[in-house]
Design a protein around this ligand. Structure first.
Ligand code: 4AD
Ligand code: MG
Length: 430
């Protein structure tokens, strides 16, 4: 019976065959332990010389790292490992011998590992991070599908910017100029007017010259957009959505979180509602914490966000930023037009902003005024104005950065390990 490591619990006491790679091994005179991985999981295979004979035992001892094999044996419960099962190997067959696999169990530098990303993905920790990523994506579809949202796919090639022109990737579109999408938001607003509640999930691009642990050039964003919802309604969706993701990862990625050494007690506290603090209060808090130079009207950097987050053990919404430092489409607070109805959600433990969101301007005249102030070309944005012309309604939305969320939940320091093949300032390989 051919099966996978993820399925072995169904075969306790039975003989099965698994296609696997050898990730590590150790042996003594009479017994060898093979660390096997098959993509679905990690399991130990035990080879006893007395059972397989001298020749096969010597062959096992000579197996090299990342050699591919078919391994046949009996599945037995193993209470010492958290996986809970191991295989008593009866026989194995080499499919392909790997010679001098570059990533050995010793420590390697980050640049070396990044150059070998196509192989590094096989390692236990990297595998765990991708499983957490996958679970967040699964839980995202679950949450929005269960709550009446329609998934809509905005285009990647666009004729205009969504978040300001300084970070745009330019390309030619036959004879026209085009840009890689920074955000699907503007298109999602059109979709919300057609479908009510929508969400997107796709790659976005920022030609940012930032080299920080939170910035990628290509990253994936989940962007929900809701008609007839104001800023407060949107905050509630955000805290419920993030709580659902955290709960799903805790429930379905136990072995992965363990492999990553993630302290889950911090994650268990992440339940809606989340605290909120206005931008004004955040400025006061920062001054109290010794950031004496910060002035009202300045944007927050990573050290500011980290300092604010330290005061809370859940993600915290920083609301109502000055209009000056936010995007053109955000709706001014009717009581105080110098600030906008927006929030950034800051993750705990120094992982930074994971969500940016706002209520959108729904008034045609005000939107036209913003076009002028921001010198937006009438041609490229004509369609977006029309959304305010024909049955405009209050609407809100937000964007969650997948990689920063993966970094937070996995507890990995740098977003470069949270996407299979990261695009960084100085890296397009592999
Ligand atoms: O705050 P941002 O720029 O917001 C938008 O793009 C809005 N249009 C979203 C919306 O309202 N539909 O980006 C949203 C999130 C950030 O909070 C952050 O998590 C992530 O995207 N993000 C990045 N992640 C990795 N690398 C980068 N360079 C990122 N830039 C933004
Ligand atoms: Mg932002």
């Amino acid at each position: 019976m051919k099966t996978t490591i993820s399925e072995v619990s169904k075969y306790a006491g039975q003989e099965v065959t698994i296609g696997a790679w050898l990730s590590n091994k150790r042996s003594s005179g009479k017994i060898a332990f093979l660390q096997l991985r098959d993509g679905t999981g990690f399991m130990q295979g035990v080879i006893v010389k007395a059972e397989l004979g001298e020749e096969k035992f010597q062959e096992a001892k000579a197996l090299t790292q990342e050699t591919s094999l078919y391994v046949t044996g009996t599945i037995v419960e193993d209470t010492r490992s958290s996986f809970g099962y191991e295989m008593q190997v009866k026989d194995f067959e080499i499919i392909h011998e790997a010679v001098d696999y570059p990533i050995t169990p010793k420590e390697h530098g980050t640049e070396f590992l990044m150059d070998h990303r196509h192989l590094w993905l096989r390692s236990r920790k990297q595998h765990a991070v991708m499983k957490v990523r996958n679970e967040i994506i699964r839980a995202t579809y679950e949450f929005f599908n269960d709550n009446g949202y329609t998934k809509i796919d905005p285009p990647i090639l666009t004729g205009a910017s969504a978040e300001g022109t300084t970070e745009l990737f330019h390309t030619k579109y036959f004879d026209e100029d085009a840009f890689l999408s920074q955000s699907g938001q503007l298109y999602m607003e059109a979709a919300a007017m057609a479908f009510g509640k929508v969400f997107s999930f796709g790659p976005t691009f920022r030609a940012e010259k930032s080299k920080t642990r939170r910035h990628l050039i290509e990253f994936w964003m989940i962007e929900p957009e809701m008609a007839f919802m104001d800023h407060e309604d949107s905050l509630q969706v955000q805290e419920q959505y993030v709580s659902h993701i955290v709960e799903s990862v805790l429930e379905n990625c136990k072995l992965d979180l363990e492999a990553l050494g993630r302290d889950t007690t911090a994650l268990e506290k992440i339940k809606a509602p989340f605290p909120r603090i206005s931008y004004d209060k955040a400025i006061d808090l920062l001054k109290e914490k010794g950031f004496n130079d910060i002035e009202w009207g300045e944007d927050f950097g990573a050290p500011h966000e980290t300092a604010i987050a330290e005061s809370f053990d859940k993600p915290v919404f920083i609301t109502n930023y000055p209009a000056e430092i936010k995007a053109f489409y955000m709706k001014p607070d009717p009581d105080r037009p110098e600030v906008v109805l927006c929030a950034d959600l800051i993750a705990p433990e120094g992982y930074g902003e994971i969500i940016g969101g706002s209520q959108r301007i729904d008034d045609l005249a005000l939107m036209k005024q913003r076009y002028d102030e921001h010198e937006l070309s009438g041609d490229a944005y004509q369609w977006y104005l029309q959304l305010r012309e024909y049955g405009s309604v209050p609407h809100s939305g937000f964007g969650l950065g997948l990689e920063r969320t993966v970094a937070w939940l996995s507890g990995v320091e740098h977003v470069r390990e949270t996407i299979p093949f990261p695009r960084l300032l100085n890296r397009l390989y592999p």
